[in-house]
Design a protein around this ligand. Structure first.
Ligand code: COA
Length: 273
C-alpha cells in the first residue's frame, strides 16, 4: 500500500512495534518519512525491527523493555526522546493473549494479560506524556473487539481491553486542552498475526473467522497502519476520544461466533462441582 500521508520530520514511537500489527504500523510511518522508535520485550526482535525500518530509509532506534515495568518504560521513552526530540505520535500496542476459560486459568494468567494490555498502556501513555509535542501530538492505543463484546475464553482480554478503551477516552479528556489527541484503533482479525495464530490455530477456524466478517476476509497489517496514519495526520485534526474499528464490519455484525471456538471451555471442578 502506498503511503498517502507525509510524516517527514515527525518522530513516532511504537511500543510493541517489533511484530504483527504494531510492526506494520511502524513500517507505515517509516514509509511515510517519519523517524521511528520501537520497543518490545525481545531484544532480538527489537534489533530485527530496527534493521527493517532502517532498510525502509527511516532513522530508527529500539529498546528492549517489558511494558509491565513502569521504570523500564520510562527509561526507554527517555532514550527515544533523546534520540529524536519531542514525540509527535505515540502508539501503545503491546498485548498478550491466549484462549482460556475464566475459571480454568490461574490468577497469575489473568493478571499477566491485564498487566500487559491495560497497565502497560497506562505506563506507556504516562511516560510519553511529558515528552509529547504539544500542541499537535497524537496518541494511539491498540484495543480489540473484546473491549466491547463479550467473548468466551477471553475474560482476561475483555476486561483488559475494556479498560484500555475508557483509559483512552479519559486521556482524550485530560490531554485535549493541551492539544494532544488520543484515540484507539480496534483491529478485527488480522491475517498472519500471533493473535490469530493463538486464537484460530487451524485453517478451518480461520475460514470460519473469514465467514463471520461482513467483508468476508481477515484484514492486513497495512490496513491497520493506514488507519494509524490517518489518526495521526491533520486529516483527523478534530478526532479525539474515538474508538476506530478497522475490522471489515466485524463489530457491527456483533462478532457472531467469536473466537471462543478456538478451544473447548472446560473449567476445572471447583468447590461446588
Ligand atoms: N492458558 C492458560 N494459562 C496460560 C496460558 C494458556 N494458554 N499461557 C500462559 N498462561 C499462564 C501461565 O501458566 C502463567 O500462570 P502461572 O504462573 O499461574 O502458571 C501466566 O499465564 C503467565 O505466563 P508466563 O508465560 O509466565 O508469562 P509471560 O509474561 O512470559 O507471557 C503471556 C505473557 C502469557 C500473555 C504470553 O501469552 C505472551 O507473552 N504473549 C505475548 C504475545 C501475544 O500474546 N501476542 C498476541 C497478542 S493479541
Amino acid at each position: 500500500m502506498k503511503a498517502s500521508f507525509d510524516f517527514s520530520g515527525a518522530h513516532v514511537v511504537v511500543f510493541g512495534g517489533t511484530s504483527g500489527i504494531n510492526l506494520g504500523i511502524a513500517e507505515g510511518f517509516a514509509r511515510a518519512g517519519a523517524s521511528v522508535c520501537v520497543a518490545s520485550r525481545d531484544a532480538g526482535r527489537v534489533d530485527a525491527a530496527v534493521a527493517r525500518l532502517r532498510g525502509l530509509g527511516a532513522a530508527a532506534e529500539g529498546a528492549a523493555c517489558d511494558v509491565r515495568d513502569a521504570a523500564a518504560v520510562e527509561a526507554a521513552m527517555g532514550r527515544f526522546h533523546d534520540a529524536f526530540g519531542a514525540i509527535d505520535v505515540l502508539v501503545s500496542g503491546a498485548a498478550g493473549n491466549f484462549p482460556a476459560p475464566a475459571a480454568g486459568m490461574s490468577p497469575n494468567a489473568f493478571r499477566a494479560v491485564v498487566e500487559i494490555d491495560l497497565l502497560g498502556t497506562y505506563h506507556v501513555c504516562r511516560a510519553g506524556f511529558a515528552r509529547l509535542r504539544r500542541p499537535g501530538a497524537s496518541v494511539i492505543t491498540i484495543s480489540a473487539p473484546q473491549g466491547q463484546v463479550a467473548m468466551a475464553l477471553q475474560s482476561h482480554v475483555c476486561a483488559a481491553k475494556a479498560g484500555v478503551d475508557l483509559l483512552t477516552r479519559t486521556l482524550a479528556l485530560e490531554w485535549g486542552p493541551l492539544g494532544i489527541r488520543v484515540n484507539a484503533i480496534v483491529p478485527g482479525p488480522i491475517a498472519g498475526t500471533e493473535g490469530m495464530a493463538r486464537l484460530a490455530p487451524t485453517p478451518q477456524m480461520r475460514a470460519r473467522v473469514d465467514r463471520s466478517v461482513p467483508l468476508g476476509r481477515q484484514g492486513r497489517a497495512e490496513e491497520i497502519a493506514a488507519a494509524a496514519l490517518f489518526l495521526a495526520s491533520d486529516a483527523a485534526s478534530y478526532v479525539s476520544g474515538a474508538l476506530l474499528a478497522v475490522d471489515g464490519g466485524w463489530l457491527a455484525a456483533g462478532v457472531p461466533l467469536g473466537l471462543g471456538e478456538a478451544a473447548p471451555a472446560v473449567p476445572p471442578a471447583g468447590p461446588g462441582g
